[in-house]
Design a protein around this ligand. Structure first.
Ligand code: FES
Ligand code: FE2
Length: 371
């Protein structure tokens, strides 16, 4: 398969996307619908960047493990016996069976269900029973167990968030998070407490539509009229290399209790870390996992920055609010995906230079990485 960007979306579409214009075009529809484009994104973006993959709080005890998908590959996140977080290719080194298929505690070892090859939590192969014959410990001549341990994946944790880099060649992790860290000046994330996680399951939309929707404030007043009260005029976009998003500093004094009406920051780290800060004391992080051009898995973790224990059902109230807000966004993202089946969408639509320059910059990052 020719995996060049030109062959996938066509020189003409690419030219139109690049063409200087007072009103920029969005990516052509094929960037959201084509299997080949999706495969190229997996290789050149998701296999070669720091990718957000999981939550530290889900690996509380040694042996806790969570299987995830990164760039289409099965990856295993776990906590080892020394308390460290590790990532491995989630594949048995015998016949390459996907090793762990649901979250849970593995005890002290990972045992493949097929022929009982057993790995320590450090990934080392401890046993390959009967592999060389009729005795439990029989090993073929020249078979060195130390060469058949689980293949490690570069991983890093920042607060509650676990990132992996499959090809091992992304810049240092500290460099990757620096632009977001810088924008959080003074915010003490060590006070953060996990309140709830919402599993939305599969959204019938390309991963980029979910990110683009998060970083443009244009839709908020229309789509979230019932769930938010943050006037468009108080919003602005954030366009920093490595940290795209938007924000709102609400000019009026009155805050409403049952909707989002305070100052907020909607920030991302490319490609898939989505971080929402709702001042003074709430945080939300989305884990978006691309599964196919038109299918993305989404989870949202909700955190409090208020150290007081959750006394009056705050977690439930926030989860209900965010379920509603995401439902409103998913409906739009799924229709954006459906619209891309039309010939009219081939040319990509147009983007507001004021409210959607963040979207354009995000799309530029995608195209730059794919070129
Ligand atoms: S495939 Fe895992 S032990 Fe055979
Ligand atoms: Fe929204």
């Amino acid at each position: 398969m020719d995996l060049s960007l030109h062959s996938i979306i066509g020189a003409r579409s690419l030219g139109e996307f690049d063409a200087p214009a007072p009103v920029a075009r969005g990516l052509p529809a094929s960037a959201y619908t084509s299997e080949a484009f999706f495969a190229l994104e997996n290789e050149r973006i998701f296999a070669s960047s720091w990718v957000f993959a999981g939550f530290v709080h889900e690996l509380a005890r040694p042996g806790d493990a969570v299987p995830v998908t990164v760039a289409g590959r099965p990856v295993l996140l776990l906590r080892d016996t020394a308390g460290g977080i590790r990532a491995f290719h989630n594949v048995c080194r015998h016949r390459c069976l996907k090793l762990v298929d649901r979250p849970g505690n593995l005890g002290r070892a990972i045992r493949c269900p097929y022929h009982a090859w057993t790995y320590g939590l450090d990934g080392g192969l401890r046993a390959a029973p009967y592999f060389g014959g009729r005795e439990p410990r029989a090993a073929p001549a020249g078979f060195d167990r130390s060469e058949h341990g689980l293949a490690p994946v570069r991983a890093a944790a920042w607060h509650d968030w676990i990132f992996v880099n499959l090809d091992g060649a992304a810049p240092p992790f500290e460099e990757f998070v620096a632009p977001l860290r810088k924008r959080l000046d003074g915010l003490d994330l060590s006070r953060m407490q996990h309140l709830a996680t919402i599993d939305f399951g599969e959204i019938a939309a390309n991963w980029k539509l979910l990110i683009e929707n998060f970083i443009e404030p244009y839709h908020v007043q229309f789509v979230h009229a019932r769930t938010t009260d943050q006037p468009l005029g108080d919003h602005y976009t954030v366009n920093e290399p490595g940290c795209l998003g938007c924000a709102v500093d609400v000019s009026r004094e009155a805050r409403k209790a049952d909707v989002l009406s305070g100052d907020s920051r909607f920030l991302t780290l490319f490609p898939n870390f989505v971080f929402g800060l709702y001042l003074p004391d709430q945080l939300g992080v989305h884990l978006d996992t691309p599964l196919a051009p038109g299918r993305t898995l989404q989870r949202r973790a909700i955190y409090s920055l208020d150290p007081a224990p959750d006394s009056n059902g705050r977690a439930e109230r926030l989860a209900a609010l965010w379920r509603e807000v995401h439902r409103e966004d998913h409906a739009m993202c799924e229709r954006l995906q459906q619209g891309r089946a039309s010939d009219v969408a081939a040319a990509g639509g147009v983007l507001s230079p004021v409210w959607e320059d963040s979207v354009r910059n995000f799309q530029n990052l995608v195209i730059e990485r794919l070129r």
